[in-house]
Ligand binder design. Structure first.
Ligand code: 8DG
Ligand code: MG
Ligand code: MG
Length: 148
């Protein structure tokens, strides 16, 4: 008669790339005065492809339309010691804005303090932990032989 084991969640997040910049949002955490910079993204819905989920979440959270959506990598993020323990398999995608002049909008102000383009060489701090961990491995979301 034990409680069922929780299952890991699946998150899909997207590096939206513009020149040498990427889109980051200031996430509010459960602790009201706490925040971290994260990518647009959310939970994979039943029946969705990774790309469909990435396009949908970027649109819902920022209003931006994206294209050239590509899978980059996947990480396993286990945070058992957090106040609210979590386990997410996170799919990282990259994409470019369909219209590079379109400005991001903060469509979920209860979750996010706003979206901005940040230069890859001057990323804001603190980064959301799973993103920080990935970047610390030397990972770059930019295509190797081009400026996006
Ligand atoms: P939804 O209801 O819109 O589906 O979900 P959401 O409220 O937008 O979920 P989210 O927290 O933005 O993303 C789901 C999980 O993905 C998040 O709790 C943990 C994981 N995740 C990472 N790294 C990142 C990241 O850089 N950005 C986002 N948005 N989520 C991330 O592990
Ligand atoms: Mg989200
Ligand atoms: Mg969302």
């Amino acid at each position: 008669n034990r409680a069922p084991m929780p299952l890991p969640g699946v998150g899909v997040v997207t590096f939206v790339l513009k020149d040498k910049s990427l889109l980051l949002g200031k996430r509010h955490s459960t602790n009201a005065c706490d925040f971290a910079f994260g990518l647009p993204g959310g939970h994979l819905e039943f029946g969705e492809s990774f790309e469909e989920c990435g396009v949908r979440e970027v649109k819902e959270e920022t209003g931006l339309d994206i294209e050239n959506v590509e899978f980059l990598t996947v990480t396993n993020n286990v945070f058992l010691d957090d106040p609210k323990p979590s386990h997410y398999v996170v799919i990282f995608l990259r994409a470019v804005p369909s219209d590079s002049t379109q400005a991001p909008q903060n469509l979920e102000p209860e979750k996010c303090g706003g979206w901005e383009w940040y230069d890859w060489d001057h990323l804001p701090e603190p980064l959301f932990q799973p993103l920080k961990t990935l970047i610390q491995t030397g990972f770059s979301p930019f295509p190797t032989n081009s400026n996006v």
